[in-house]
Ligand binder design. Structure first.
Ligand SMILES: Nc1nc2c(ncn2[C@@H]2O[C@H](COP(=O)(O)OP(=O)(O)OP(=O)(O)O)[C@@H](O)[C@H]2O)c(=O)[nH]1
Ligand SMILES: [Mg+2]
Length: 469
């Protein structure tokens, strides 16, 4: 029997479809295409019944807000969603990561971390296992680290935001560092907040190093925006340039040499700036930077859908151009080696046995005693013995071949796909990979064509080159 998704996975995919259908129906058709890829992969044996390509993707773009204590992270989120969603204040307020997502219910709901850990929609699916790896015993205390808030603001429809507790590298526990890194990895956009009230960024060096150095080494470092917040507090001394320069130097020290540095403040809670000229200058700077930040947030959703389609095509290509050829090569090596052993070791043994039996057929006591039937039984028994040895050789050779596979083959499913081809009922006399036939190839062509159509639909939605209404 060929594997398919197990009951648990089926339920997850169903709930994924439901949630996506309320936000972006196009994505539901993309889920269906991913499920077709799953089906093909189950047949090839390259994924197990607990796996699905749909779970390798975060379907909602993730925007995370990190930064130092009281830098104004929660105030920024509240302003963005136009609701008093998160508590704010000058003491350390947040002690948990809060995952914020849209819900059409009228009110804000708060759910425990467990809701996130168990739900494949969120990027914290099974984070407790990861936390457990770095801090034994902490995995079960997931509620101490995470919570989920659902919010009826259209502004966050189709996105997930994460507000985080103030970050201080010295004081962080391993588990918090682990979650922070995990968030940075998964995010489409990371807003790192600093606070202009601290004119001496030197004290924040470790924090900067953790948040900055880690991100600039990555090839997607342009997803990180550094935001110096509360610059209204520099208005009294009118030294915003100095403060900004000091922070930029500190960031450069952490490894961030160029770009994407913003300076903002929140007008509602800002210290009033009496001087009109100064006020306008600050406001202009703030408006320009804030607009750019908002634009990046808006772009993330669009980029994300393109990226998901890209990943659909990419998975189809990977199967056809990488996994199947690698499985085929491994199967060929295996067949060749098994045949070699058969021909050069089992063959001569069998010939020897036959020769012995035939030679002694006429004269030997065995033949005389047991007659023709006994002779036949002896031949059949030797054959059976050789067959047992043959299957033993098949499995030993398969293990050799697996050991020689490159490490990446484990992740891509090449190993599993290869082993599927070495089961006892798979004959050696075949030039093909089980599950890879004309209809599978056609399916991949169809999926790639569908991906192109999805892209066209998106282009029509977001651009309009022909200028029609
Ligand atoms: N002057 C001024 N105060 C601000 C600004 N943004 C936030 N605040 C104030 O700074 C304090 C901290 O703001 P929060 O939004 O709670 O900061 P946070 O980064 O979420 O803090 P933690 O969650 O505790 O790390 C609050 O009293 C805010 O009113 C700003 O732009 N200017
Ligand atoms: Mg906060």
């Amino acid at each position: 029997m060929l594997a398919g998704p197990d009951a648990n996975l089926k339920a997850r995919i169903k709930s994924l479809r439901q949630h996506l259908s309320t936000e972006n129906p196009l994505l539901v058709s993309i889920v269906d295409r991913f499920c077709e890829l799953d089906k093909l992969a189950y047949k090839l044996g390259i994924i197990s019944s607990k796996q699905s390509y749909t779970t390798d993707i975060s379907w909602w773009p993730l925007i995370s807000i990190l930064g130092t204590f009281s830098a104004g992270k929660s105030t920024f989120i509240n302003h963005y969603v136009q609701k008093d969603l998160q508590k704010t204040g000058n003491q350390a307020v947040d002690d948990k990561f809060t995952v914020i997502c849209f819900s059409s219910d009228d009110k804000v709901r708060v759910l425990p971390g467990l809701a996130l850990d168990a739900d494949p929609r969120f990027p914290f699916y099974q984070i407790s296992e990861e936390i457990e790896k770095v801090a034994a015993g902490e995995g079960s205390r997931i509620d101490a680290y995470l919570q989920l808030k659902t919010c009826p603001s259209d502004l966050i429809k189709g996105k997930i935001f994460i507000d985080s507790p103030g970050f201080d590298a010295d004081a962080q526990r391993n588990s918090t560092l682990r979650i922070t890194d995990h968030i940075i990895n998964l995010s489409d956009l990371v807003l790192v907040f600093f606070d202009a009230r601290h004119p001496e960024p030197g004290a924040m060096r470790d924090t900067l190093e953790h948040l900055v150095a880690g991100t600039v080494q990555r090839n997607d470092s342009n997803k990180v925006l550094f935001i110096l917040n509360q610059i209204d507090t520099t208005a009294m001394e009118d030294n915003v340039e100095e403060v900004v320069a000091a922070w930029q130097r500190a960031l450069a020290h952490g490894g961030l040499v160029s770009g994407r540095f913003y300076a903002t403040y929140n007008e509602e809670v800002a210290v009033p700036i009496e001087d009109k000229g100064l006020r306008e200058r600050y406001k202009r700077k703030r408006d320009a930077d804030l607009n750019e930040i908002y634009q990046r947030i808006a772009d993330v959703s669009i980029e994300r859908v393109y990226r998901i389609i890209g990943s659909l095509e990419n998975t189809a290509n990977q199967i056809e151009n990488k996994i199947v050829p690698q499985v085929r090569e491994a199967v060929h090596t295996w067949i060749k080696r098994v045949l070699l052993v058969d021909v050069f070791i089992l063959g001569p043994i069998f010939a020897g046995m036959l020769f012995y039996l035939v030679k002694h057929a006429g004269s030997g006591t065995a033949y005389a005693a047991y007659g023709k039937t006994g002779f036949m039984v002896a031949i059949l028994l030797s054959l059976a013995l050789l067959l047992v040895i043959h299957f033993f050789v098949r499995s030993i050779v398969a293990k050799w071949v697996v050991r020689a596979l490159p490490e990446e083959a484990l992740e891509g499913g090449v190993r599993a796909g290869f082993l599927r081809n070495t089961r006892w009922w798979q004959t050696l006399a075949r030039p093909f990979v089980a599950g890879w036939n004309k209809s599978a190839r056609n399916k991949l062509i169809e999926i790639r064509e569908a991906a192109d159509i999805f892209v066209q639909k998106l282009n029509d939605e977001y651009t309009n080159p022909s200028g029609q209404d």
